[in-house]
Write a protein that binds this ligand. Structure first.
Ligand code: BEZ
Ligand code: MG
Length: 564
């Protein structure tokens, strides 16, 4: 928000917008501390988790969203009811955990006249989850696995997405790739694809002609293929099942129905996705080739436009011009962009994007004669495809792991964005969505980094939870700072204030610095060095006095580590 004087007629709207942003930060689910194998959840953690489960409609369990039912009974307009609804839902869930379904249901009736019938399905579901969270076989299963004994299988997902993953401590199994994308995933992906394109349209006055997507294996297991479905929607095709109910084909959604152009998509898939979803890799490649072959005007079919332009201008084969699915060489995984950033072993940011392409420029799919392409090096094809990209995107599928929790988001989404920047000679718009919010949100990368920083790295609830784990907890805080730095290196997406506040919170607060250096001087030292590196590389415009202080603290930590 700018600091200019706001016209009075806009003031209320701006205050409301600020209020909504604060609520978003406050209500975001975050992990507090690390998981300890075999330890059941605390009641406070359980309340937060059950609230999140309760916020979605769950037709498969005959359950409606609890906040919706409560808001309806209160008869308040959605905006003003939020806080009140949240309070009632929180108390109801606490009662459910402590005293059972009847107590929760009685409370809801007394407090806001919600009848039992309308919440019965949800309360039963929450009660089952609550009970399953009290027990787990994690330690026992690990020990039995080490003895080489059989471990009972169970589905792999996020509790919020699929409560059937409980009890934990089972042998996680994946998914039938021929079932991907599921009908639910395909339905959910439509609004994500539309919102993504609408946001770009609002900001740029036209649709992006080409987008770069990141697809991961585990995410598509957990969501039954939401990422895959988003790619299909952008292309404007739907999955088609064969006589054995396997998704082996696609059909074009007519343009009149789609009501917008077909977007060209460059898909960079992880090694895990390539290994687990071989039929899906074929499906995605088939979708691109189908769209390229549609007899449609090129202003509304950007795949066809680009493929034919390339064939004409470069005299290359149609097959090569339509290559859009890229991954590592067979048997290889990852982009190594994260290792390069973490080790500070690079000079210019372009190197990071080039490394991404070097690692990911292997084509997968099938050529027009039906011959399988299994990881054929296609650097030129990838360079060309990326040179047209105007927006990059990745779907985040869980609250447990976000942008700054692991180095994988910046190695992939940051890596592809940096590669695009050099090849397209313009930084792409970078977007994320999270498929777990009850209300669909498309955010820019910068917005997501700010949100993650506020709800995690700089949030006392988060870092105090981490610090309870001593040595490992400090390492986690340092990881977050380094992963944040990764977003500067690959996408210049980190505001100055973020580094300033990290320094104020963890280094310039004497008491906090003392705690960190006692628990883990190695990570405390790395954190200080990383802040200095952020300044050195031009990502953080810091006061000279702050830098002097950081250098002095860095030296004293080095002395401590050397035992001086
Ligand atoms: C994947 O599931 O594809 C994945 C997991 C971790 C890092 C990168 C990709
Ligand atoms: Mg900056």
């Amino acid at each position: 928000m700018s600091h200019d004087k706001i016209p009075s007629d806009q003031r209320d709207a701006r205050v409301m917008q600020l209020y909504e942003e604060l609520l978003e930060i406050e209500q975001r689910l975050i992990p507090t501390g690390l998981h300890v194998l075999g330890r059941p959840s605390l009641d406070s953690e359980k309340t937060d988790l059950l609230k999140m489960v309760a916020s979605f409609d769950r037709p498969e369990f005959g359950a409606r969203s609890l906040p919706h039912v409560v808001a309806e009974s209160m008869g308040l307009s959605k905006q003003y009811a939020k806080e009140n609804v949240d309070r009632v839902v929180t108390i109801a869930i606490r009662k459910l955990i402590e005293e059972g379904i009847d107590a929760a249901s009685d409370f809801l009736l007394r407090e806001c006249g919600v009848n039992r019938q309308s919440v019965d399905g949800m309360l039963r579901l929450l009660s089952n989850i609550s009970v399953s969270l009290n027990t787990n076989n994690e330690i026992d299963s690990v020990v039995r696995a080490l003895r080489g004994e059989f471990i009972e299988p169970g589905p792999g997902a996020d509790i919020v997405q699929n409560p059937a993953i409980l009890p934990t401590g089972r042998n996680t199994h994946a998914i039938n790739p021929y079932g991907v994308p599921s009908d639910v995933a395909f339905a959910r992906a439509e609004s994500v694809a539309n919102s993504l394109l609408e946001r770009y349209l609002n900001e740029h006055g036209r649709y992006p002609q080409a987008m770069g997507l990141v697809l991961w294996g585990l995410d598509n297991i957990k969501t039954q293929g939401e990422g895959v479905a988003q790619a299909l929607w952008l292309l404007g095709v739907r999955p088609v099942r064969d006589g054995l109910n396997r998704t082996t084909n696609v059909s074009a959604i007519p343009l009149q129905e789609l009501n917008r152009p077909r977007i060209d998509v460059v898909m960079t898939i992880s090694g895990i996705f390539r290994d687990l979803f071989s039929p899906t890799v074929q499906l995605l490649d088939k979708a691109v080739r189908l769209v390229a072959g549609l007899d449609e005007p090129t202003e509304v079919n950007f795949v066809r436009k680009h493929v034919f332009e390339q064939v004409e201008n470069e005299g290359c084969q149609l097959d090569d011009a339509a290559t859009r699915v890229f991954s590592n060489a067979p048997g290889n995984y990852g982009t190594n962009v994260n290792f390069m950033v973490m080790d500070s072993q690079w000079d210019k940011e372009d190197t990071l994007g080039d490394l991404f392409v070097t690692r990911k420029c292997f084509a997968y799919g099938r050529d027009s004669l039906g011959r399988s392409i299994e990881g054929v090096e296609a650097r030129q094809a990838m360079d060309k495809a990326l040179s047209r990209v105007e927006a990059t995107y990745q779907n985040i599928d869980t609250f447990e792991i976000g942008l700054t929790d692991v180095d994988h988001y910046f190695e992939y989404l940051g890596g592809i964005s940096k590669a695009v920047e050099k090849r397209a000679k313009a930084r792409p718009a970078i977007f994320l969505s999270d498929s777990l919010s009850p209300e669909l949100r498309i955010r820019s990368l910068e917005e997501t980094v700010r949100l993650e920083t506020r709800v995690k790295t700089l949030n006392p609830k988060w870092y105090e939870g981490m610090l309870k784990h001593g040595f490992r907890g400090v390492a986690e805080i340092e990881n977050h700072v380094s992963n944040t730095f990764g977003w500067s290196a690959t996408a210049d997406a980190v505001d100055d204030w973020i580094y300033s506040e990290v320094a104020n919170t963890f280094v310039f607060d004497d008491e906090m610095l003392e705690r960190l250096r006692n628990l883990n001087p190695h990570s405390a030292h790395s954190l200080v060095r990383r802040l200095l590196e952020a300044n050195g590389r031009g990502y953080w415009d810091a006061e000279q006095s702050s830098l002097d202080k950081l250098r002095e603290i860095s030296r004293s930590l080095e002395d401590q580590l050397e035992g001086v």
